[in-house]
Design a protein around this ligand. Structure first.
Ligand code: T4K
Length: 423
């Protein structure tokens, strides 16, 4: 039990956890089912190229998304690229600045120009007015992003796209299993793209999918994801190799079966965080609605530095010393990342969110008692904010440099696991 600053690991106390508790710890479904499906695939000696497990995974994903067509892929980034190409986008494509870089990369990787826009200051979702303001003569499409599983403003974006004759796609990488009012996420725009990466609600180790009601678009995506092949000895389109393997589909199928349990666990975790953090000044869950129409797969804290008395980065440093590897998704915003920096960009809402949000661990690997321990650390920081801030104080300039460079105070580089703290 921690009660004062000296109990915090960053000041020499014993870490709350003896091994890292990551954001994105994968949900693992029934192992016996997985090994059985893998065994069947091995027995069949059919391991890729549209095997029966991939076909079944596509059928189930299409059903759950309420769409006619699903093409499973090796990941969502490739699926975005395929959707962009199959939709015939050209010139400029509008994408929100505040998203995982894959959304913007996919546009650039296809040889097009991503034009960034700002997001809503409260939800972090693409702002249709900001998107509309970026439309120019070369704009061919808009990609909305359903961040943290929460559907972005589809109706308004559809109106904007129709008025200007633009194609509309959705990056639903984080939103498989989410719903718009009255229907599942999947059928909006020309196509939507899901991710089944290990860190997602439903995972296929790595995986993605393009879903759509447009049969012709689906046929193009299907051909393109398999070298443009449409029949033996017949290549109809320029293609790539973005196929899902049978092993990935086996994991995906098992994960789909586990999904109701995963969602229930996430909802329980979310309620636990909410109860434990309610009343802590300057800290609030971004999406406190326990009845939200999504899988609650992301616990995102908004840290108000003035009210908490401690900057988000310092709170993250404190948590990381406790072995809670909180993440600053989506710091610093795509407009501040090296490939997209440009003097013209100014996105105050994306900047404010990138400076204030902190994502905490959830999922089936996280127990209620662990959430209580994480919340306890946050409460100690809040209760002793002036002392914590003073003991962590560093010259303002050094802090600014650290933030600009993206270096977390604890020295963590994205993709590099943190060393386990001694304790
Ligand atoms: N669009 C959006 C809006 C997205 O969020 C994403 C992906 C995409 C498009 C592209 O989808 P994919 O092409 O990946 O299908 C991670 C994921 O790799 C990425 O899929 C995800 N979004 C993003 C939000 O998170 P990083 O750069 O944060 O990865 P990394 O290596 O830092 O690991 C993430 C966390 O998960 C860490 O806390 C460690 C933990 N982890 C990870 C893996 C792989 C585990 O505990 N176990 C694991 O097996 O991108």
């Amino acid at each position: 039990m921690k009660s004062g600053p000296d109990d915090l690991a960053i000041f020499g106390g014993t870490p709350a956890f003896d091994r890292p508790r990551y954001v994105g710890l994968p949900n693992i479904g029934d192992r016996d089912q997985l090994f059985a499906l893998l065994g069947e695939a091995l027995d069949r000696r059919w391991l890729s190229n549209g095997g029966p497990l991939v076909r079944e995974f596509e059928r189930q994903v299409a059903d759950l998304a309420g769409v006619r067509h699903c093409v499973a892929t090796c990941n969502a980034t490739a699926a975005l690229e395929l959707a962009i190409r199959a939709a015939g986008l050209t010139g400029e494509v509008i994408v929100p600045a505040f998203t995982f870089p894959a959304t913007v990369h996919a546009v650039r990787w296809m040889g097009l120009t991503p034009v960034l826009c700002d997001v809503d200051p409260d939800s972090g979702l693409i702002d249709p007015a900001s998107a509309a303001a970026r439309i120019g003569p070369r704009t061919s499409g808009i990609i909305g992003v359903h961040l943290w599983g929460r559907p972005c403003p589809v109706t308004e974006l559809t109106r904007v796209a129709r008025r200007h004759g633009l194609a509309l796609l959705f990056d639903a990488a984080q939103a498989f299993g989410s719903a718009y009012p009255g229907r599942p996420v999947g059928g909006a725009g020309l196509a939507e793209v899901f991710s089944f990466h290990a860190t997602k609600l439903v995972n296929a180790f790595e995986g993605g999918a393009v879903v759509t009601d447009d049969g012709a678009l689906a046929a193009r995506v299907r051909a393109m994801h398999n070298f443009g092949i449409v029949g033996e000895d017949e290549v109809a389109l320029t293609g790539t190799n973005a196929k899902m393997s049978e092993a990935a589909a086996a994991m995906g199928l098992v994960s789909l079966r586990g999904m109701p349990d995963f969602v229930a666990r996430n909802r329980g975790n979310h309620r636990r965080y909410l109860a434990a953090l309610t009343g802590v000044p300057g800290v609030e869950l971004l999406d406190p609605d326990p009845a939200a129409r999504h899988g609650q797969h992301y616990v995102v804290l908004r840290v108000d530095r003035e009210r908490l008395g401690v900057h988000r980065d310092d709170l993250m440093a404190v948590l990381r010393a406790e072995n809670v590897v909180a993440r600053r998704y989506f710091y610093p915003g795509c407009h501040r990342m090296a490939p997209y920096r440009s003097d013209g960009w100014s996105f105050p809402h994306a900047d404010a969110l990138a400076d204030a949000l902190l994502t905490l661990p959830t999922g089936t690997a996280v127990e209620a008692a662990e959430i209580d321990r994480i919340a306890e650390v946050v409460r100690v920081v809040a209760a002793h904010a002036p002392v914590v801030a003073a003991r962590l104080a560093r010259p303002a300039e050094q802090a600014a440099v650290a933030r600009r460079s993206g270096a977390a105070r604890a020295g963590h580089q994205p993709g590099v696991p943190l060393p386990v703290a001694a304790g």
